[in-house]
Design a protein around this ligand. Structure first.
Ligand SMILES: C[C@@](CO)(OP(=O)(O)O)[C@H](O)COP(=O)(O)OP(=O)(O)OC[C@H]1O[C@@H](n2ccc(N)nc2=O)[C@H](O)[C@@H]1O
Ligand SMILES: Nc1ncnc2c1ncn2[C@@H]1O[C@H](COP(=O)(O)OP(=O)(O)O)[C@@H](O)[C@H]1O
Length: 282
């Protein structure tokens, strides 16, 4: 088989605690990742040459900067076939929104090309290659709901109840690097490995991002009418947790037209992995 279509699902950080800043500037975190059944769509097919081609919703990202390209390049030395790869991207996740679209695209690319180029690398090796592309890539490669520690690479799988979410993108872009280098970011939260309820946890980036981007605060205040809310990652997307699809749909229907949003159910296994397993059984 020479082609394969997989989702690159969104993630939410159900909480994000910052425990310390390391010598290299990176931060020690504790964060609970869940996957959503909504994401970008990527179709991979072997190319007629030896190059890496990306078409579709590539926005204005130069080819060499696209995380899909970087992921393909990371696998290039392990390639066991002559051909290169064509990747057709349908982008549904806001870029730099805290839902991990770029990292998820990279992880899905590693999983798919590993098959098409017959690299035969383990998921552990793919996660190791992925970590050099971004701190969030390993959790997507692993594909299981997880508590992440370290800079995001130490993963402990956890099983969470499936819930519905309405995720809102407040139309502001938050730079992850700006948040992590800001002097006002709290960096001394104690480690916590249990009692993960939303009520017992927080996102340590949220107060700072609300201050820097009032639109994020406005979004959280609006969502709070419907249920427990939080910002994901370093923002700017915010989510509300809900009991049913109907409840999530009601929130989305009332969303002011100047914001964008989507609804999705959480899952303990990434849709990319479910789809890859079915493809392997074909
Ligand atoms: C903090 C999270 C939580 O999910 O934020 P989001 O990106 O999802 O919003 C992620 O781990 C981010 O992962 P990712 O976006 O892949 O980060 P990277 O590209 O590796 O790093 C971007 C920048 O963030 C900072 N950074 C990132 C991760 C970390 N544990 N400590 C850091 O200090 C570094 O300054 C780095 O230069
Ligand atoms: N395929 C891609 N999809 C999204 N962003 C990408 C991609 N390739 C490179 N990037 C860059 O990575 C940055 C972070 O992307 P993303 O993972 O969507 O953010 P976040 O981790 O905040 O959700 C973007 O601002 C963009 O410049």
């Amino acid at each position: 088989m020479t082609s394969l279509t997989l989702m690159a699902p969104a993630k939410l950080n159900l909480f994000l605690h910052i425990n310390a800043r390391r010598e290299d500037g990176y931060h020690e975190l504790e964060t609970l990742f869940t996957f959503l059944d909504f994401g970008d769509e990527l179709t991979f097919s072997l190319s007629h040459d030896t190059k890496i081609h990306i078409t579709g919703d590539t926005a204005d990202i130069p080819l060499e900067d696209n995380l899909i390209y970087k992921a393909a390049m990371a696998l290039y030395p392990y390639k066991q076939v002559e051909q290169g790869i064509c990747v057709q991207l349908t982008k549904k996740l806001p870029m730099g929104g805290g839902v991990g679209g770029g990292s998820s695209d990279a992880a899905t690319t590693l999983l798919a090309i590993n098959q098409l180029w017959k690299c035969h690398l383990s998921n552990e090796k793919l996660a190791q290659l992925g970590l050099s592309l971004g701190a969030d890539v390993p959790v997507f490669v692993n594909g299981k709901t997880a508590l992440a520690q370290g800079v995001g690479e130490k993963l402990t799988p956890v099983t969470l109840p499936q819930r519905w979410y309405c995720v809102v993108f407040p139309n502001v872009h938050v730079s992850t690097a700006q948040v992590f280098t800001h002097p006002d970011l709290p960096r001394d939260t104690n480690k916590l490995s249990q009692h993960w309820a939303l009520s017992n946890t927080r996102n340590d980036c949220e107060a700072l991002v609300k201050k820097l981007y009032p639109e994020v605060e406005k979004t959280l205040v609006w969502l709070l009418k419907y249920g427990p809310t939080r910002m994901t990652g370093t923002g700017a997307c915010c989510f509300v947790e809900l009991d049913s699809m109907d409840a999530a749909q009601r929130v989305l229907s009332s969303l002011p037209s100047y914001w964008q949003g989507f609804i999705a159910q959480s899952s303990n296994i990434s849709t990319a992995h479910v789809q890859l397993d079915s493809w392997l059984k074909m």
